[in-house]
Design a protein around this ligand. Structure first.
Ligand code: NDP
Length: 493
């Protein structure tokens, strides 16, 4: 018979789902099949918790002020300053207590009915003991001096990222678009001074190899420094396995002073480098094919990809809520991806057109432009809708959208773009990817490499995100999947 650690009636601390907060709870019962404890919080909320989410009272030191929270609601009442949101707490006005809304209680009942198959399983933040005055204070993930918010705050050019597991929020300087302008000025100056940009085309492989070597050296440096990083700075994706951690990245936000290595590499060298390489290809096409103007196909490929990059840099803040920033560490995967894969592989279509003259009719070009714009509208609107919702869930402009409540306090959109398929932004991205390949005609597979690879990447990425969301949101995610059954392609997948 499997053993249980806590007895019925015992008063312990239970972690609030989706947060690192522990509250006083009473153990009501234990299910030996699911290994879940039914617990009751002081405000009457009943939830099921795993044993690892329960701690004996003795494992917590009392706050010096004696103001340990005994229930989610009491704790909230004890704070004089309002927090805009915290895990386990809905957006203001959307539910009365931080605990359980009607719909959530229904979820719990549903779960019980389903033989307790599912549990609200979220990442357990380790307890951090840190000095506070002359005493040791239990760090509960909510520092008193920080106004918490799950979304970045715009403050001219410096914004804060999403809260880390220890409650800190890193600051990021939004200057990607300026970096692009500066690069454009430098490229313009190189034209003026007759710098031979063709060199990049004639030494394409050498440049790619140099970037690869650099990314490997950078990854070794990142792994070595991560070995000394404190536990709370490791990425949620890291596993402890050296090979895997070297690949996925052990440290979440490696920084030298305030310079964030991952954030810098994500958009600047890779994306800007990509459009510079595309421009080099355009010049090489004119030179090698003896053209006075570039081909229509080359103009389309350059313009489409330029639009993609400028859009990403213009909406740079959106990067802060992507998986790359909040989940994956900075290791070989992102170093190689950002510095080699994006600039040298994503420019394959332009590279192909240099050596394969391709004529495109205007009617065909118009259709491709329409496809590109269609993909762009889906991509941009879906990403902006989610970002706006995460930024301010009570935004009146989003009031018409339907949402599902989750135990973490964050809601999920179930109408609008996110009610169409579960990853409308991926759908838009893939339509655009196809539009980048079509100008190159159908004589070769090379221009289609990107769209094939990207489909595989996004299908895999979607599955990864799905796993995280299922863990994070439990039953609410199940409900979302029932309401929005298709992942990326409507009626197909
Ligand atoms: P998303 O921007 O789609 O973010 C996924 C997160 O969104 C989930 O973890 C969840 O996080 C939140 N979410 C999911 N469903 C909902 C919902 N219904 N309502 C509200 N929030 C929801 O993922 P990525 O970071 O992978 O992609 C960002 C963009 O970058 C995409 O447009 C993608 O196409 C693009 N991309 C481009 C690549 C390239 O090489 N060109 C590579 C990878 C991505 P939470 O609930 O915690 O907020």
């Amino acid at each position: 018979m499997p053993s249980r650690k806590f007895a019925d009636g015992e008063v312990v601390r239970g972690r609030w789902p989706g947060s690192s907060l522990y509250y006083e709870v009473e153990v009501l019962s234990h299910d030996s099949n699911s290994q879940l404890y039914s617990v009751k919080y002081k405000d009457g909320t009943e939830l099921e918790l795993k044993e690892s989410d329960i701690k004996p009272l003795t494992s917590f030191r009392q706050r010096k002020s004696g103001s340990t929270s005994s229930s989610p609601s009491r704790r909230r009442g004890s704070r004089s300053r309002s927090r805009s949101r915290s895990p386990g707490r809905p957006p203001k006005g959307s539910r009365p207590s931080p605990s359980v809304s009607g719909s959530h209680q229904a979820d719990i009942k549903e779960a019980k009915k389903e033989a307790r198959k599912e549990v609200l399983e979220v990442k357990l933040t380790p307890l951090v003991l840190k000095p506070f005055g002359n005493s040791i204070n239990r760090y509960n993930g909510e520092p008193e001096h920080i106004e918490r918010n799950d979304i970045p705050h715009k403050n001219t050019q410096v914004v804060e990222g999403t809260p880390l597991t220890d409650g800190r929020r890193l600051k990021y300087r939004l200057n990607g678009f300026y970096a692009f302008i500066l690069t454009s000025v430098l490229v313009g100056a190189s034209f003026f001074w007759d710098v031979e940009l063709y060199y990049v085309y004639s030494h394409f492989l050498q440049c790619a190899l140099a970037a690869t070597v650099f990314s490997v050296v950078l990854s070794v440096y990142l792994y070595a420094r991560a070995l000394k990083a404190p536990r709370n700075e490791l990425s949620p994706a890291s596993s402890g396995n050296a090979v895997y951690d070297f690949f996925i990245g052990r440290e979440l936000n490696p920084r030298i002073g305030t310079f964030d290595l991952k954030y810098f590499c994500e958009l600047r060298p890779g994306l800007i480098g990509w459009v510079v390489i595309n421009l080099v290809m355009l010049l090489a096409e004119m030179k090698l094919q003896g053209r006075t103007v570039p081909s229509l196909a080359m103009v389309l490929v350059n313009s489409f990809q330029l639009l993609y990059v400028v859009d990403a840099l213009w909406n740079e803040e959106a990067l802060l809520t992507t998986m790359d920033i909040i989940h994956d560490g900075f290791g070989f995967m992102l170093a190689f991806g950002d510095l080699v894969w994006v600039p040298f592989i994503y420019s394959f279509q332009a590279f192909y057109l240099v050596g394969h003259p391709t004529e495109l009719s205007w009617p065909m070009a118009s259709l491709i432009i329409a496809l590109k714009l269609c993909g762009f509208v889906i991509f941009r609107c879906a990403n902006s809708q989610k970002n706006a919702f995460r930024k301010n869930p009570t935004d009146p402009k989003l009031a018409h959208l339907k949402t599902i409540h989750t135990a973490t306090g964050k809601n999920l959109l179930v109408s609008g773009w996110w009610g169409f398929v579960r990853h409308p932004n991926y759908l838009g991205d893939l339509i655009m990817a196809l539009a980048w390949s079509l100008p190159c005609g159908f004589n070769h597979i090379l221009p289609y490499f990107y769209v094939i690879y990207f489909t595989i990447l996004l299908v895999h990425r979607e599955a990864r995100d799905e796993r995280h969301c299922r863990k994070k949101y439990g039953l609410a995610w199940e409900k979302y999947c029932q309401r929005v059954p298709y992942r990326i392609f409507p009626y197909i997948y």
